[in-house]
Design a protein around this ligand. Structure first.
Ligand code: SAH
Length: 357
């Protein structure tokens, strides 16, 4: 089994009754049938523009607020909020209505606020260095479960007079294995919450049919590909889906995304000590990234329980970046955020599970 490449699950087994942010405007209009026509605008604007809970949408009758609350319950119950030392990073552990756990990270920077959302409970892609991959797949998230993560982070940001400017689908799960609901969530965030498409990013492990379908959406939403190795032998080890969609196939899909959308592609590269941080790795990466004009994000690996290797020392990360620059590739080092609060993908859930065990 260990040598088999992972497959994307097709079963959704989502809760069948919709939650607060699952309905699109038309479906919410149907639910409000019998109300005056302007009610839909009031409710929609209350939920998505003013980020209000139904109980606080004060320009609609109280009975309607209660009815919405009962018919469309929220999908997320906060289990824990961890705040990092600098107070600029918060991590939320949520319980879904069927009991599964997911995480969201909220990061304030000087010039922007970013939310990192989960697209699945767990993940089936089995990358060994990733805490979510180590734990396995629970289920896909619905559109509303993804949108709600952003709304809740937005409500919390408003307490300190900040608003969410960027959303990255870099939390738990593989977004391109759940593209239908992810695409609807992107649309809702763009059109209703008002986050520009160029401020939305989807990160993929490299599920090629997903990249093709994402390209065909012809949107301006950004794409990041988790590369981590630029030769097939090494990438097969680090990112098992590579056995199904090897690097040359991945490069063709990336090329078509760039050609079709005109957007710059990013590669993510978790720097793992002695594994993918040598000069030879940098040379392979430069050769792979150059024809695609991709930008490289270097992320020092966060240690996880079931993976013995640690992140590269910062000096090595910077040397690696310099090698890439010399090779003509644009690269930046992503500042680790919230390492003290287990903010890397899946870590909080893993910790919560082991504490409860
Ligand atoms: N499944 C998607 C999105 C979720 S993971 C994907 O693979 O892109 C988001 C990013 O965090 C990916 O680049 C992933 O490889 C990286 N990541 C996972 N575990 C990590 C860890 N322990 N340290 C650093 N980066 C990690």
């Amino acid at each position: 089994m260990a040598n088999e490449p992972p497959t994307a699950p097709t079963e959704t087994n989502l809760p069948s009754d919709p939650s607060l942010y699952d309905l699109d405007r038309v479906a919410l209009g149907e639910l409000l049938d019998g109300e005056p026509r302007f009610r839909l605008d009031q409710v929609w604007s209350g939920l998505y523009e003013q980020l209000k809970d139904p109980a606080d949408i004060s320009n609609i009758p109280k009975v309607l607020r209660t009815a919405i609350d009962e018919l469309l319950p929220p999908s997320l119950t906060m289990v824990r909020r961890s705040v990092s030392d600098d107070r600029e990073t918060s991590k939320f552990l949520w319980q879904l209505r069927d009991g599964y756990l997911i995480e969201t990270v909220l990061m304030h920077y000087d010039d922007r606020t970013t939310v990192c959302v989960s697209s699945q409970a767990g993940c089936a892609m089995a990358c060994g260095f990733c805490a979510t991959g180590q734990a396995g797949f629970d289920r896909h998230l619905s559109t509303g479960e993804m949108v709600e993560q952003v709304i809740r982070a937005g409500q919390i940001s408003a307490e300190t007079n900040r608003r969410v400017d960027n959303v990255v689908f870099m939390g738990m799960g593989e977004p391109l294995a759940n593209l239908g609901p992810v695409a609807s969530a992107l649309e809702r965030l763009n059109e209703d919450v008002g986050i520009g498409a160029r401020h939305l990013t989807v990160s993929t492990v490299g599920v090629v049919p997903g990249i093709e379908a994402f390209t065909d959406l012809q949107s301006q939403v950004g794409l990041a590909v988790s590369l981590h190795a630029a030769n097939d032998t090494k990438r097969n080890e680090l990112v098992p889906i590579n056995k199904r969609f090897p690097l040359d196939v991945l490069a063709r899909a990336c090329h078509r995304y760039v050609q079709t959308t005109g957007r710059r592609l990013s590669f993510e590269w978790a720097m793992i000590d002695g594994v993918n941080d040598t000069d030879a790795d940098a040379a392979e990466l430069a050769a792979y990234a150059t024809p695609l004009r991709a930008h490289v994000n270097l992320i020092p690996l966060n240690a996880t329980p079931a993976y013995a290797t640690v992140g590269s020392p910062l000096s090595r990360v910077h040397q690696f970046k310099d090698r890439l620059h010399t090779g003509g590739v644009n690269a930046t080092v992503r500042r680790n955020r919230g390492t003290d609060i287990d903010a890397a993908c899946g870590q909080l859930t893993a910790h919560h599970r082991s504490v409860r065990r």
